[in-house]
Design a binder for this molecule. Structure first.
Ligand code: OAD
Length: 263
């Protein structure tokens, strides 16, 4: 790590030390080091597959088996991966703030549930999740556990109306869950520090949250190996992998605490 990066991490730790409310937005990049593919990187999912075929209601109506099987493949990947140090550091940061009477709100665009598995609580899933399912016709929730029947090759049928079951992810052209988005917007408006981590910041409304935070006076941090449309608005940018630098921010916080205790 170079000196500039160390200074930036210390700067972030200082802002966190006086912060009461912290809001974090994560995207596919935070799960990259767990082995989950991102969407828009050179080897990303949308460079190989068409979103309109696999992640839209039209695509599902045209070819439900294809869409179901593609999500089954993604579920299979998720069975085999584990949270990485970036996920764990965010769960730790949440606990650290809570013990000081503060609050961290974690809003994620990811459907992979890795934040939950790392110990984060009250995660706002802006794009739903891949674990739950509901009926594409009557919208009633449907209980299907992938590990109980991983060979299910076609969408199960709804026990109420016989409609085809779909994963509870938000597809293109669909609205985000209203209460989840409202909670994320409120947390963005009210925070002292906002982190945008591992997202290309291209998909709205999620991509607008850092700007809401900035407009309301938050200190904006971006963590991403690559520049995005958000980079120029950030107060501090760490061009690095989140699994590498998030634990270093936690470490800087603890050394800050030790210093205070020794003073
Ligand atoms: P993208 O694939 O668009 O962006 C991933 C970002 O992560 C890129 O900017 C990478 O540079 C960055 N990245 C890669 N490796 C990283 C690492 N180790 N640490 C930190 N950052 C890293 O994914 P999202 O922004 O999440 O929506 O995409 C937003 C939405 O578009 C997704 O939720 C999904 C997709 O279509 C739906 O499926 C509805």
């Amino acid at each position: 790590m170079n000196t500039e990066q160390i200074e930036r991490i210390e700067h972030i730790a200082k802002r966190l030390a006086t912060a009461t409310r912290v809001t974090v937005l994560t995207g596919a990049g935070i799960s990259a080091e767990s082995g989950v593919a991102t969407f828009r990187d050179p080897n990303g999912i949308w460079t190989k597959f068409k979103p309109e075929e696999l992640a839209s209601m039209d695509g599902f109506l045209k070819n439900p088996n294809l869409v179901w099987q593609w999500y089954q493949g993604r579920r299979d990947v998720l069975e085999k991966v584990v949270p990485n140090p970036g996920h764990t550091a965010l769960a730790e940061l949440q606990r650290w703030l809570e013990t000081r009477g503060g609050r961290l709100t974690l809003a994620t665009q990811n459907v992979d549930r890795l934040h939950h598995r790392a110990g984060s609580t009250d995660v706002l899933e802006l794009h739903g999740n891949i674990v739950e399912n509901y009926c594409s016709r009557c919208r009633k929730p449907h209980e299907y556990v992938f590990s109980d029947n991983p060979d299910q090759r076609e969408p199960p049928r709804c026990t109420y109306c016989g409609g085809q079951i779909r994963p509870a992810v938000v597809w293109f052209g669909e609205l985000l869950p209203v209460d989840v988005l409202a909670a994320a917007e409120a947390a963005s408006e009210q925070c002292d520090v906002f982190f945008s981590i591992g997202t290309s910041a291209e998909v709205y409304p999620a991509a607008g949250l850092p700007i809401v935070a900035k407009r309301n006076g938050a200190f904006l941090v971006e963590i991403n190996p690559n520049a995005t449309a958000l980079t120029r608005y950030a107060d501090v940018v760490l061009h690095a992998a989140s699994g590498a630098v998030l634990p270093q921010i936690i470490e800087a916080l603890s050394s800050d605490k030790e210093q205070t205790t020794n003073d």
